[in-house]
Design a protein. Sequence first.
Length: 213
Amino acid sequence: MAHFSSEDQAMLQAMLRRLFQSVKEKITGAPSLECAEEILLHLEETDENFHNYEFVKYLRQHIGNTLGSMIEEEMEKCTSDRNQGEECGYDTVVQQVTKRTQESKEYKEMMHYLKNIMIAVVESMINKFEEDETRNQERQKKIQKEKSHSYRTDNCSDSDSSLNQSYKFCQGKLQLILDQLDPGQPKEVRYEALQTLCSAPPSDVLNCENWTT
C-alpha cells in the first residue's frame, strides 16, 4: 500500500467537504441521524451526479489501481470456464468475480487501508470543526465582555459627569443665583437667574449644602 501523506489527507478532506456541501440539503432535511445515514448509503441510487463527485472518482481510481489486474484475471478465468462448456450468464460471471474479489487478500488489505485513512481524515475534520467552534465561542465571549465593559464605563462616566455637575452647581452657581435674585437687582437679571434655577435638577438644589437651616 502507498504511503498516506499529509497532502493526501488534505486532498481527501477537501473532497469530502465538497461532497457534503453538495448533499447538504438532503442531509439537513433528514428527520433523524439514521435517515441521514440511509440517504448517504443510497446516494448512488438517488443522485444523478454521484459518479461526478471527486471523492467518488478518487475511490474508483484507487480500487481500479489496487484490484484492477486481479479482477481482469478472474474475468478471464470465468470466460475460459464458460468457453469450456459451463453454462453461466453475464450476471453469474459478475457474481463469481465479485465473490472471489471480496475473499481475496488484496481486497481485504485495500479495505483495511481505506478504513484507516478515512478514520484519520474524518477525525481530523471533526477536531478542526471543534477547534473552530471553540474559537468562535471565545470570540463571542470576548465581544460580549468588551460590550459589557464599554457599557459600564459609559455609565460610570455619565454618573461621574452628573455628580461633578451637581457639585459644581451647588458650590458655585447657587450663590451666584441667590445674589442675582436679590430684590435690588434689575428685573432682567432676576428673571434669568430664576430660569437658571428652574433648569437645575431638583435633587441638586435640595441637596445643596449652601442652604441654611
